[in-house]
Ligand binder design. Structure first.
Ligand code: 5RP
Length: 233
């Protein structure tokens, strides 16, 4: 593994700090994204060294593949009544530790896994800390059936009209075969009201607002240090 620098080093340090929260016997959700990838790699190395007996489930096909490469045995989420801990990244983190997630189009499973977890720890580099959510466009996963109608209804809620996310010439499809749209709002004044509004739109499968779910954030800096951030109430 090449030693990272700058922002990547911050992500790796935050991921390494999250390892300290693991206890033998835990059931652990593995998040998705480049920071969560560091956690999976470091976890793989720790498990190969021996002595850490935990059961894991993944939040995306990408994480599943990486975990298998790292020799981490995975179990389906439904095997677990509850997970003790999930470690995942975020696209934005506000002072309450409310999050925007879904930059990697995995937020549906990420939210299901996080909500099945006693504790959600967010790992990120310090560029993800924001005073107010919304500069990062909010990902919303929608059913492909009736997608244009759904987008019009979402625009009534968000005030922003968008096309589906594309990867090159093709629309991005999530692991579950849905589309994603990214809503540009700049500043989300009332995240709870926005979440409720989006939840009320038929065709919305899941949005990327994770409100009141994270109990701590481990934030890495480019100088290789990391610090713990707790939610302000
Ligand atoms: C994927 C996510 C990711 O956790 C989020 O996009 C952060 O990714 P990265 O660590 O690469 O910045 O929500 O759906």
């Amino acid at each position: 593994m090449t030693e990272p620098t700058g922002k990547e080093l911050g992500k790796k340090t935050a991921a390494a700090m999250a390892l300290d929260h693991l206890q033998p016997g835990m059931a652990v959700g593995l998040g998705s994204g480049s920071t969560a990838d560091w956690f999976v790699r470091l976890l793989g190395a720790r498990m190969r060294e021996g002595g850490l007996d935990i059961a894991c489930t993944a939040t995306s096909k990408r994480t599943e593949m990486l975990a298998r490469e790292e020799g981490i045995a995975l179990r389906p989420l439904d095997d677990f009544d509850r997970l003790d801990l999930t470690v995942d990244g975020a696209d934005e983190i506000d002072p309450r530790l409310d999050l925007i997630k879904g930059g990697g189009a995995c937020h549906l499973i990420e939210k299901i896994v996080a909500s099945a977890s006693d504790t959600l720890i967010v790992i990120a580099d310090d560029s993800k800390l924001v005073p107010v959510l919304g500069a990062f466009p909010l990902p919303v996963e929608i059913a492909t059936l009736g997608w244009q109608t759904t987008i019009r209804r979402i625009a009534e809620v968000t005030g922003d009209v968008r096309l589906v996310r594309r990867g090159g010439d093709e629309p991005v499809l999530t692991d579950e075969g849905n589309f994603v749209i990214d809503c540009h709002m700049d500043r989300i004044e009332n995240a709870a009201a926005l979440a409720a509004g989006l939840n009320a739109v038929p065709g919305v499968v899941e949005h990327g607002l994770f409100l009141g779910m994270a109990s701590r954030a481990l934030i890495g800096a480019a100088d290789g240090t990391a610090r713990e951030v707790l939610p302000v109430s």
